[in-house]
Design a protein around this ligand. Structure first.
Ligand SMILES: *[C@@H]1O[C@H](CO)[C@@H](O)[C@H](O)[C@H]1NC(C)=O
Ligand SMILES: *[C@@H]1O[C@H](CO)[C@@H](O)[C@H](O)[C@H]1NC(C)=O
Ligand SMILES: *[C@@H]1O[C@H](CO)[C@@H](O)[C@H](O)[C@H]1NC(C)=O
Length: 454
């Protein structure tokens, strides 16, 4: 994001006409808002897919649509074999029990994972609200199922740990009659946005003050249908989170990678190259779904090595990582997901200096050695070279670092002695890694290069 050059003279001239923090409902104005710094500094978030799809907990979170919208054979067979004829998706409501839901325990886990923000599905495409919404009669977690304000309880617990609380929100709702009518009218009418999507979104924001609005379900209709710029102008000018909130880029059929706050592009976007606009890699510990799936096997889950590898590659390329977990209908977080989050936290506990509040360096990955990724501190006095592979010969060739740049070198999590290095041919430096020691990092290791010149 390029700051606009504003001369003192024009500021003095304009000052009386500017109302502070006023954004107009057009993309040029909305897109000019600087992203609050906490988001870029935070780097790591937790995504939580939890809703009525957590009851069947089978195949994916698109259960309702796959079953009755797409007539998927797998879903149809599953329903025929396990439920009485005529069973309606709505009947999953009372089966969403959440009896073991302990938001304080969840928040403690998120804190130990090293995350700086949490994004809960407040309402997925099925339309079921996780808070007592006045815009969804008998279709929320307070009216049916847990009979608790699941979202509100998490908001309090998460904020008590100092982690930013955020919400995912689907603009569309499957099978909603107003949405179907609007669609039949070629989006010339906006009944769903006007009567449901936007009022309920403003309600959840006003009530729970989330710092992240992770919009979704935008793709079929233009942003004018959703009145996205009108909503965002309200969010940035008037909402209770106008100074701290960040939003993604899913605001209409042609907005991804173009408009909004940070860019998500597609799910699991992780290009391995620098993206000049702030972006986020929203990915899931389960490689095949966002919801908890009871049929999942261990190999469906990322290994801790794969998770750390994704985290490093993402942050080196200017992204944040949003790591998804799928809690169960009982309100527990699957043990394997707990373990992965704690492993990420263990790695960040040693290597966090190379991740949090860093900026991309000149090179994102090494020019010669595979699996080496770079970040630097903001004033570019320290370079962090993270390697996901421990070389067999115990020396690491950093092809992107010149001998003239390299001051002293250390490894995070090792005794604070300087590492030996020598100029390499034809270019780069060769670093002698410290021998194994008890509390050295696992899965990936960080060499700190104190830069003499950047
Ligand atoms: C509805 O919108 C489409 C384009 O989105 C336009 O071509 C069409 O003329 C409109 N129809 C009516 C009835 O307004
Ligand atoms: C650096 O990353 C790019 C993009 O992912 C890849 O094509 C290239 O092979 C990587 N370089 C090395 C040395 O691994
Ligand atoms: C463990 O780490 C600490 C802090 O980095 C360091 O002082 C200590 O020497 C390390 N212990 C071992 C056995 O490497």
């Amino acid at each position: 994001m390029k700051p606009h050059l504003v001369t003192i003279a024009s500021l003095v001239f304009l000052a009386p006409f500017l109302v502070s923090g006023q954004y107009d409902p057009n993309w040029e104005s909305i897109d000019s808002r600087p992203l609050p710094q906490w988001f870029d500094d935070g780097k790591v978030g937790i995504f939580i897919h939890w809703g009525l799809y957590s009851v069947p907990s089978y195949i994916n979170e698109w259960f309702w649509w796959s079953w009755l919208g797409d007539n998927s054979e797998a879903h149809d067979n599953y329903m025929k074999q396990n439920f009485k004829p005529g069973f309606a998706y709505e009947e999953f409501g009372p089966m969403f029990t959440a009896e073991f839901y302990d938001p304080v325990q969840w928040a403690d886990l998120f804190q130990k994972s090293g995350a700086n923000y949490v994004v809960l599905t407040s309402k997925h495409h099925e339309g079921f609200a996780m808070w007592p919404s006045s815009y969804g009669f008998a279709w929320n977690a307070m009216s049916v199922g847990p009979k608790r304000d699941l979202l509100g309880e998490l908001e309090v617990a998460v904020k008590n740990t100092g982690i930013h609380f955020g919400i995912y929100y689907s603009l569309l709702e499957w099978f909603h009659p107003l949405y179907d009518q609007d669609k039949a009218n070629n989006w010339n009418t906006s009944q769903l946005p006007q009567m449901k999507s936007i009022p309920a979104l403003k309600e959840v924001i006003t009530k729970y003050k989330p710092d992240v609005i992770w919009s979704d379900g935008e793709w079929e209709a233009p942003d004018t249908y959703w009145d996205s710029v009108g909503f965002l102008a309200w969010l940035y000018n008037e909402s209770p989170v106008k100074d701290s909130v960040v939003v993604n880029d899913r605001w209409g059929s042609d907005t991804r990678g173009k408009h909004g706050g940070f860019y998500n592009f597609d799910d699991r976007y992780n290009p391995g190259v620098l993206i000049p606009h702030k972006w986020e890699n929203a990915m899931s510990l389960d490689k095949r779904a966002w919801t908890h799936r009871r049929e999942a096997v261990l190999s469906d889950y990322l290994t801790p090595h794969e998770l750390v590898d994704q985290l490093i590659a993402t942050v080196s390329c200017g992204g944040n990582i949003l790591v998804n977990i799928g809690p169960t209908k009982e309100g527990t977080i699957p043990i394997i997901a707990q373990e992965r989050l704690l492993q990420m936290g263990e790695w960040l506990g040693i290597n966090g200096e190379a991740i949090y509040a860093t900026v991309p360096w000149t090179y994102q990955n090494d020019t010669v050695t595979q699996g080496v990724w770079y970040t630097s501190n903001k004033d570019i006095t320290k370079l962090y070279a993270m390697t996901t592979i421990w070389p067999d010969d115990g020396t690491l060739l950093l092809g992107a670092v010149t001998p003239a740049q390299a001051g002293s070198l250390q490894m995070l999590g090792s005794p604070a002695e300087n590492l030996q290095w020598s100029p390499a041919t034809p270019s780069g430096i060769r670093v002698t890694l410290p021998p194994m020691n008890r509390n050295r990092s696992k899965w990936a290791w960080t060499i700190v290069v104190n830069l003499l010149t950047s």
